[in-house]
Design a protein around this ligand. Structure first.
Ligand code: DX5
Ligand code: ZN
Length: 220
């Protein structure tokens, strides 16, 4: 089983409410909300005021992917503003365990995000404090980038790492995923599949989500 998490970074912000209704109709279960600060990544996107509006517009699970420096300053704020799940980057936080605990104490699910070139062992000690891992399959900062092919093997190793420890930590994967490669990603063990261009790229979010569900279901 897998879930589709459309990244609204690729949506039309002038009609965001309508775009959200489309992905709901297509069968998406998680809304992926990319927060960029222009420092951790070379781009600036959206933050707390937009999250509060989106929260009023949908019952979907809202997942905030914080691509910001000093995430400990803001992580719990995102839960209070309506996020169900919040992830912080292992590269951005020297007190990761504290931040993950703060997210949980605020009532959210806590996640660790990890960049393509960061080794998996850097999150090993954080796993017991995380509800999920967000494996980046592109360098964060922009939608529409190409999936880095070695990330399929990294995903398999992450799956093994979690299973061997008997943990319930879920795996979400983010970057460059569309109908052409989703099958092998589901097969390698990802449970939540983020897609921006793959969902919104053709102008109809409902069709985009359905296409991904179809392509990911037929891998067996
Ligand atoms: C990239 C973001 C992604 C992005 C995915 O930095 O974290 O969530 O929106 O977009 P696609 O699916 O187009 O790679
Ligand atoms: Zn993201």
């Amino acid at each position: 089983m897998f879930e589709i998490a459309p990244s609204i970074l690729s949506a039309d912000f002038t009609k965001l409410g309508e775009e959200i209704r489309q992905i709901e109709a297509g069968g998406a279960t998680v809304l992926h909300f990319d927060v960029m600060d222009g420092r951790f990544v070379p781009n600036i996107t959206i933050g707390l005021p937009v999250l509060k509006s989106v929260r009023k517009a949908t019952k979907l699970t809202i997942y905030c992917h914080l691509m910001i420096v000093e995430p400990n300053r803001y992580a719990a704020e995102f839960v209070k503003a309506g996020a169900d799940m919040v992830s912080v980057h292992v590269e951005a936080d020297v007190h990761l365990q504290r931040t993950l605990t703060a997210i949980r104490e605020a009532g959210g699910k806590a996640g660790v995000a990890i960049n393509p070139a960061t080794p998996l062992n850097s999150l090993e000690e954080a796993l017991p404090f995380a509800d999920f891992v967000l494996l980046m399959s592109v360098n964060p900062g922009f939608g529409g980038q190409k999936f880095i092919s070695t990330m399929t093997d990294k995903l398999r190793r992450l799956r093994r790492m979690i299973d061997e420890r008997g943990l319930e930590t879920r795996i979400e994967i983010d970057g460059g995923i569309d109908a052409t490669n989703i099958a092998k990603i589901v097969e390698a063990g990802a449970e939540i599949i983020v897609s921006g261009t793959g969902v919104f790229g053709k102008g109809n979010g409902a069709e985009g989500v359905k296409e991904l569900i179809d392509a990911g279901t037929n891998w067996v």
